[in-house]
Write a protein that binds this ligand. Structure first.
Ligand code: BGC
Ligand code: CA
Length: 320
């Protein structure tokens, strides 16, 4: 099955079917927070809440669709990510530090620091693998969104015994990640490469190998940012500066579907809701000029996409 032959292939037939299936997709604004950089959404099944961060706003938020209430905790520096922890609370990436977060007391405990030799770096996106290992990446300081000294970032993992391993260096903006359904492939985005990449993944050691490109962004698709996988093994990638989430098949490199959102700086997405059939999409407002702000009143809000005809899977807890 090749990309070139689209028209005859399974991928193309599926793509057509998907377009029919998703013609019923509906987008609504669910969190009107106008975040500076809304990011890193994680659905919390036990609470039926959406956890996310405002990186530049230095806040962790938790939103309940049932009550429409938002609870927030402030952080002492930019917060790149937050993930639930099996032993309770969360782990957040604040500045260059892994921090333990006790939600009930709002207490944050410093666990470990990375990139000690790069004081201007900060954590960006992260995700917990199906075995409970946390992968988290860093990036250099931006002068403007997506403008920064190149190759300052790295990709790390944090094991249950709080051991840190560096897997990649010379990363520009460490961003979206997820794992294939059989856990043997790790999908990864370094935004400025304008590609979605894949690695062979060893779940026992966390070792990454055999990097390859599975999708190259079209010019109008902007920068690849956060992403999630669905139960058919296809990726949903938020396109920063392009106001959309694209659905791609990593096996064929074919884009199956595009969902348009009412904010250009779409940053990340995750599946959630009672049966994981809703796609939540975060966005940013930082970096928009006055006139763009006027035209994008939804910038920084969170959107819910329903009627996609696919489901996602539960997020994993950090095992440490
Ligand atoms: C980062 C932003 C960056 C954007 C675009 C986000 O994940 O947090 O700082 O501007 O990606 O690549
Ligand atoms: Ca991101």
């Amino acid at each position: 099955m090749t990309k070139q032959n689209c028209g005859e292939t399974d991928a193309c037939r599926l793509s057509k079917a998907r377009h029919i299936m998703t013609s019923s997709a509906k987008v609504e604004t669910v969190v009107k927070l106008g975040a500076l950089v809304g990011e890193g959404p994680v659905w919390e099944e036990s609470e039926q809440t959406l956890l996310f961060v405002d990186i530049a706003g230095q806040k962790i938020h938790r939103w309940s669709p049932a009550t429409n209430q938002i609870q927030s905790v402030e952080t002492s520096d930019m917060v790149g990510f937050v993930v639930p922890r099996r032993s309770g609370g969360y782990v957040a990436g604040v500045g260059r530090s892994f921090m333990a977060v006790d939600w009930s007391t709002q207490a944050m405990t410093h666990l470990l620091e990375v990139d000690e030799d790069k004081p201007n770096n900060r954590f960006n996106d992260a995700k917990v693998d199906p075995t409970g290992r946390l992968l988290a990446g860093t990036m250099g300081r931006e002068v403007r969104p997506a403008e920064l000294e190149r190759q300052q970032g790295s990709l790390f993992s944090l094991d249950s015994d709080l051991r840190v391993t560096k897997h990649l260096s010379q990363v520009d903006i460490s961003n979206g990640m997820d794992w294939s359904l059989d856990q043997r492939t790790f999908f990864y985005i370094d935004s400025l490469s304008l590609t979605v990449d894949a690695f062979d993944y060893d779940t026992t050691t966390g070792h990454l190998d055999n990097r390859r490109v599975v999708y190259r962004m079209a010019e109008e698709e902007g920068l690849p940012d956060g992403m999630t996988i669905d139960l058919e093994g296809r990726l949903w990638v938020a396109c920063y500066n392009a106001g959309r989430v694209i659905n791609i098949d990593p096996a064929t490199g074919v884009r199956l579907h595009t969902v348009s959102l009412p904010a250009m700086k779409t940053t990340s997405c995750c599946f959630g809701g009672p049966d994981y059939s809703d796609l939540y999409v975060t966005s940013a407002s930082l970096g928009l000029d006055q006139s763009e702000r006027g035209r994008q009143v939804e910038a920084g809000n969170i959107f819910k996409v329903t009627g996609l005809g696919v489901k996602g899977r539960a997020s994993c807890f950090f095992s440490g």
